[in-house]
Design a protein around this ligand. Structure first.
Ligand code: 5GP
Length: 128
């Protein structure tokens, strides 16, 4: 895994240097719409802190940060109205997974039925 690059795109969004379509923010996390949605709802939740991946976050983040981050993920999904129809969480770790931004993040996919095959992501969502 690469070491943490403080100029990765999510770090820059967190610092307000790049824009995003914000969904939610608290002291632990920021959530915003993915720039290339793969489902009708495709939101990214990123922790506030310099964590490359889930392994890094799980091993290094203070317990309060881990709890606060995962509560934010649940709250965002709830506020997006996804609890009842359901949603999928994905966190890519490392190049073989397809991780392309090396600041830990969780994808929330919703708004359509998804294949049960967990190796298949939702197909690209064409915006009207
Ligand atoms: P990964 O492949 O690392 O799991 O996910 C990175 C995600 O970040 C991709 O789905 C990609 O579309 C999204 N992304 C990359 N750059 C930007 C950006 O500048 N803004 C937003 N909102 N999403 C981005």
């Amino acid at each position: 895994m690469p070491s943490y690059d403080r100029n990765n795109v999510f770090a820059r969004i967190l610092r307000g240097e790049l824009p995003c379509r914000k969904v939610y923010e608290d002291e632990f996390a920021l959530a915003f719409h993915d720039i290339r949605p793969l489902a009708p709802v495709h939101v990214l939740v990123v922790p506030k802190g310099d964590y490359v991946s889930n392994a890094d976050f799980a091993a290094s983040a203070p317990a309060e940060q881990v709890a606060g981050f995962w509560r934010a993920v649940g709250r965002v999904a709830h506020e997006l109205g996804l609890d009842s129809p359901g949603y999928r969480l994905v966190a890519n770790h490392g190049p073989m997974s397809g991780q392309s931004v090396f600041h830990f993040h969780v994808h929330i996919f919703g708004g359509k039925a998804m294949p049960h095959d967990m190796t298949r992501l939702p197909e690209a969502h064409a915006k009207a």
